[in-house]
Write a protein that binds this ligand. Structure first.
Ligand code: 5GP
Length: 243
């Protein structure tokens, strides 16, 4: 499968059309951005790491019954996936307080939440990704019916349970993460985008160190080494069998 014309270029990926109108290719870039694009950098090899981490996690979730857009990895930086109509909602799942939750609501960082919190952000850079409640989602026609929001929330929680279990076995705490969903050609809502340390907060269970994009956001350095360590641990688990 080959890249045809460029459909879209985002901050972390280029999306290419293919000869099949229902399939697209994502090219994972080495660029890093934070704070709504205000902080920028390049990290050689980051795209390849995110592509490989995402591929293994999509395979894991598919095996556990979650429908995703993933088809296969083409090479280090390219993933073949289904074409969907993107639902313009960023679905955030949180297990431990950090980031904007601590900043906005004053919950001390590292507080373990009594339940997995699911939040919706409007996927809109110009507006700075504001928080949405269910009525906002309906008002903006981001979904067709409140049942779709329930499905997205339920699926996000299921994904959190599955990924949380996996990361625990890898000595990593799954703090929080962002998911995106889209509608496939048959109208089914499926998981899309990427599953990588660019979108996840991952803390090493022993040292508490960040193994995610916070290393860049906070200027800590060592981003590639941290992502590499996440990939190695995931590959090790996948070889052992998911169970
Ligand atoms: P927070 O709301 O604390 O900034 O982010 C919560 C989680 O969602 C973090 O794991 C963060 O990486 C992810 N997240 C939220 N918004 C975005 C976004 O616009 N881009 C990316 N890459 N991740 C996001």
């Amino acid at each position: 499968m080959e890249k045809k014309e460029l459909l879209y270029e985002g901050k972390a990926k280029k999306i290419w059309k293919t000869e099949d109108e229902n399939l697209l290719i994502s090219e994972f870039k080495d660029s890093l951005t934070a704070f709504n694009g205000k902080k920028r950098s390049l990290e050689e090899g980051k795209g390849a790491l995110n592509n490989q981490i995402s591929a293994v996690l999509f395979e894991y979730l598919e095996e556990k019954g979650i429908s995703t857009h993933y088809v296969r990895m083409l090479d280090e930086n390219h993933m073949l996936h289904k074409r969907t109509e993107v639902i313009q909602i960023e679905v955030i799942v949180r297990n431990i307080a950090a980031g904007s939750l601590s900043k906005n609501l004053g919950i001390a960082e590292k507080t373990v939440l009594p339940f997995a919190l699911v939040e919706f952000d409007y996927k809109n850079d110009a507006l700075g990704d504001p928080k949405l409640n269910d009525q906002h989602c309906l008002l903006l026609n981001l979904v067709n019916h409140s049942d779709e929001l329930e499905f997205i929330r339920f699926t996000a929680r299921r994904i959190n349970t599955l990924l949380g279990r996996l990361f625990t076995k890898m000595d990593i705490n799954l703090v929080d993460f962002k998911l995106e969903f889209g509608r496939d050609k048959d109208g089914n809502i499926i998981l899309i985008d990427e599953l990588s340390p660019d979108n996840f907060r991952l803390w090493d269970a022993k040292s508490g160190e960040s193994m995610d994009k916070d290393r860049f956001r906070q200027g800590l350095g060592g981003l590639s080494d941290a992502y590499q360590s996440v990939l190695k641990r995931i590959q090790h688990r996948s070889k052992e069998g998911w169970a």
